[in-house]
Design a protein around this ligand. Structure first.
Ligand SMILES: Nc1nc2c(ncn2[C@@H]2O[C@H](COP(=O)(O)OP(=O)(O)OP(=O)(O)O)[C@@H](O)[C@H]2O)c(=O)[nH]1
Ligand SMILES: [Mg+2]
Length: 367
């Protein structure tokens, strides 16, 4: 029986009581939280190659069932849930991942509003998710990937930390909404004076995604203050996605934000960003052997983050749903951005959109 940290499978609730007590007492052999989690979980990482929703663009062997049972999984058999850790929810199935991709492809992602202060946030009646993290951790790139806009970007990306200076909201999904002109009066020549106003149609079927300014290097104190106001006051906020660099792990400033989530009871997920630096460190696709090493490295990175979080207050009161891994820039052997479909599904789940609602919202596909 494998003792690996459970990947891509339904799993236990976050930080069980015995895990907490093993942190509190020293009677037992000391174990790290991730070791404890590994003891409790039994399923090993099973790449869902046979049920992968994507047909391979670079290597179509992923759908073949003729591979010998001893063959190592290769990059072409990769699916996002296999690099993720699900703590309170089940890993998405292949059909759910496909639905998530369809939702994000339905209707152009639309700019909604941009605000340097929380005070000016409009009341948009749609479920909202926010992307937070240190400056340069890859928030804007990830958001472009999430919205399927890696070429015609909607969010500004830069090597220089501190590029995003305002909180920027985008609307995604098949529902109505965007920016519209509202007549606010007449000018001295009798012409209509218009103001741009964000709006969201009453029919639902949309999610608002907010790109936050980064904290840390190149950031400003007032940005941090506004982020905290947003976290504590925004009723529409359904879940926060905290990006942590997959290579560098949790930093003190991240802990500060995690404490903010805890203080405000905000459900959240960790996204290990720039996961390609670990999984695809070279321009070429790795061999199956190298791929196994990279997967193990990725697993180790997420265990370290998990340990760090559990050590905060013994994990009590945290509302962590999952640790996902993602890249906003590099694609897997199936031609999809690494981990993006699973992130999309997590966003939709946060917004309360399940498979049944999505099937209704999305236009029927031709057989
Ligand atoms: N290798 C790799 N590089 C990335 C990825 N995402 C972003 N980058 C690079 O990291 C740098 C910062 O990216 P941004 O998306 O602007 O980061 P940000 O978190 O929005 O930064 P701020 O707005 O300054 O807080 C850019 O040079 C990107 O090209 C990724 O997934 N993989
Ligand atoms: Mg940015």
């Amino acid at each position: 029986m494998s003792t690996k940290l459970r990947r891509g499978t339904p799993s236990i609730a976050y930080v069980c009581e015995s895990c907490i007590s093993s942190l509190r007492t020293s009677q037992r052999t000391p174990t790290s939280p991730s070791q404890h989690l590994r003891r409790l979980t039994t399923a090993s990482a099973q790449p869902e190659s046979r049920s992968s929703p994507s047909s391979s663009a670079l290597d179509n062997s992923s759908s073949s069932s003729s591979a010998p049972p001893t063959a190592l999984p290769s990059p072409s058999s990769f699916t996002s849930p296999s690099i993720n850790t699900y703590l309170t929810t089940s890993a998405p199935s292949a059909s759910q991942l496909l639905l998530a991709d369809r939702f994000f492809a339905a209707g152009n992602p639309r700019f909604l509003f941009s605000s340097p202060t929380y005070r000016d946030f409009p009341a948009t009646p749609a479920p909202e998710v926010a992307f937070l993290g240190r400056s340069n951790v890859g928030k804007s790139s990830l958001l472009n990937g999430l919205l399927g806009r890696t070429k015609q970007r909607v969010a500004h990306v830069s090597k220089k930390p501190g590029r995003t200076r305002t909180m920027n909201a985008f609307l995604v999904g098949p529902g109505e909404g965007g920016v519209r002109d509202v007549v606010v009066g007449l000018d001295e020549k009798g012409r209509k004076k218009v103001r741009k106003e964000p709006w969201v149609g009453a029919g639902g079927g949309n999610v608002v995604v907010v790109d936050m300014p980064g904290y840390g290097k190149g950031s400003r104190k007032e940005w941090g203050e506004e982020i905290f106001k947003y976290l504590s006051k925004r009723d529409q906020l359904r879940r926060a996605f905290l990006l942590v660099d997959a290579e560098h792990g949790l930093k003190d400033s991240d802990t500060y934000i995690l404490n903010g989530f805890r203080a405000n009871g905000i459900p959240h997920e960790i996204v290990l960003s720039k996961a390609d630096k670990i999984l695809l460190p070279r321009p070429r696709m790795p061999s199956p052997e190298a791929w196994q090493r990279h997967l193990a490295h990725m697993r180790h990175a997420s265990e370290k983050v998990y340990d760090g979080i559990v050590r905060l207050h013994g994990g009590r009161g945290m509302r962590l749903n999952a640790i996902l891994a993602c890249s906003g820039e590099k694609r897997d052997a199936n031609g999809k951005l690494l981990g993006m479909d699973a992130l999309r599904w997590a966003v939709l789940q946060a917004a309360g959109l399940g498979a049944a609602q999505l099937e209704q919202l999305l236009p029927r596909r031709r057989a």
